[in-house]
Design a protein around this ligand. Sequence first.
Ligand code: 8YV
Length: 327
Amino acid sequence: MKPKLLVARPIFQSVVDALSTHFEVTSNQVDAAWTPDSWKLAISQHDAALTTGSDPINGNVLGASPRLKIAANMAVGFNNFDVPAMTALGVIASNTPDVLTETTADFGFALLMATARRLTESEHYLRAGHWKQWRYDMFAGAEVHGSTLGILGMGRIGQGIARRGAHGFGMKVIYHNRSQLNSVTEAECKARFVDKETLLKAADHLVLVLPYSAESHHTIGAAEIAKMKPTATLINIARGGIVDDAALAVALEKKQIAAAGLDVFEGEPALNPALLKVPNVVLTPHIASSTIQTRMAMAKLAADNLIEFFAKGQALTPLNQVTVPSK
Ligand code: 8YV
């Protein structure tokens, strides 16, 4: 008897087909919306789940799912998982690190550039037929090359953004992180560790790449924005909830900072409506890792975590170690 696997959201059909040789697969290829109850019921009927960042595996779901052995997230972030609860109940958690690092760093830089140089705002102006003649100050933006790049959260993706800024654009890179990087990595990234206060005050472009947790909730709110330069931009490719979106919308409206670029939102896919009213923000729907190659690599790694776990008892990129007797 093959173990029963739930694939929570549509993924590449070739990956579903490959999984079907190992599992009895139920795949939500039609992308039917889950309700909290239908999700809980579906998980309770499966031995394994392939989830995305919006599918919760928490105490409530786990309590109803004694047969669940592993949830493999197709994401590097895993704030949709309650890992301690999973560990306590003997459920393996895995994510997809590394395979999305460079693509996500590319996107972070693209969003920085688009924000600094007012790409979407000027395109909307053009599409609306407002462009009548050249003007010396038309959509004048912020300089990128040679400016100061601030990075909050200096993991793999943060380091990728630092390397792009330092080596490609001659930017001065400063960063803040829970712990300082070793000197070899700092030299590779040409990055200097500073305290959070200095980061906020000195950055011309501040990129957020830190994981979401209760501690990082609203890391950037009104008080932090008030410390930034009025010419600065703020880029969030980390998670919704790290920025207080309501406070940011007010700050953008008052031009307390020049602009923001946001790929993630509090309560996404819903957006704070105030963000839609301010012109100086570039908005994208959580697509930082979205290239076909990278999404395929993420799907395959999530699938391989499941296959390896059932074949060898060990996931490839686990987030926890389970010591309670195996189910
Ligand atoms: C995912 C992400 O596409 O990996 C992450 O943490 O935010 C994105 O790459 C998204 O979470 C869907 O799983």
